[in-house]
Design a protein. Sequence first.
Length: 104
Amino acid sequence: MILDIVCIIFVLGGLLFFTGGSVGIIRLPDFYTRMHPAGKLDSMGSLMVIIGLFVYIMETPNLLNALTGLKIVLIAVFMYLSSPTATHCIVDAAMRSGLKPWEK
């Protein structure tokens, strides 16, 4: 019962971060400022949802769930490393192509 509540808290927290990132993408004025919430909040939201899934899978420990939990951890590590790197590469490509930042 307690693990279910922890799982729900992590998944809802991740959805809150995804919502904040979506609002930031819609509300901010230019490409560079939109990439910031897309990179930061997307990484944190996916990490929290994956932690919630890991807690749910490991609720009943057996060999199959342990292997599935290991796969979930590997997905979390890959996403946590690749998402900020991809965001940086996209912003760097925009700078090199000559896209100007927004000026008030």
